[in-house]
Design a binder for this molecule. Structure first.
Ligand code: ATP
Length: 136
């Protein structure tokens, strides 16, 4: 069975939405394999977000991700990578569909980075790479 990395990002933790987000994941029937509160340093985030280095939102993204703890989750289930991304909704929380985590709980705060509550790996290769970064 497949595994993915899910993060409840600092905005989700700070807003007290961890429980609501976990409830949706559990209601969907995915299995929590491991879960921890993490305050990542810059080096860990540079690894995680290597593909975005140099983009305009890169530095704001790293600052945001260092602004408080995230909840890292090792999640398992059939097609969980695709399934969690469907639960999360599209990247921009303003237009993410209602019924998704980002669509129901997120909006644009007018900041330099999209504070969109969660992260989910986008492929089996990303999942393996990201799980090794957050559950080293
Ligand atoms: P994630 O990988 O976190 O699940 P995603 O795949 O929807 O999200 P990516 O394109 O990988 O989005 O971007 C990573 C993160 O960078 C986004 O979740 C968001 O926080 C931020 N981000 C992406 N694009 C923009 C943008 N155009 N402006 C501001 N922030 C952005």
């Amino acid at each position: 069975t497949e595994q993915t990395l899910v993060l409840v990002k600092p905005d989700g933790v700070a807003r007290g939405l961890t429980g609501a987000i976990l409830a949706r994941i559990e209601a969907k029937g995915y299995a929590l394999v491991d879960l921890r509160l993490v305050e990542p340093d810059r080096a860990r985030l540079e690894q995680h977000y290597a593909e975005h280095a140099g983009k305009p939102f890169y530095e704001p993204l790293l600052d945001f991700m260092m602004s408080g703890p995230s909840v890292a989750i090792r999640l398992a289930g059939n097609r969980v990578i695709e399934g969690f991304r469907s639960l999360a909704g599209t990247t921009d929380p303003t237009t993410a569909a209602p019924g998704t985590i980002r669509g129901d709980f997120g909006r644009d705060w007018g900041l330099a980075v999209q504070q969109n509550l969660v992260h989910g790996s986008d492929s089996p290769e990303s999942a393996a790479r990201e799980l090794s970064i957050w559950f080293a």
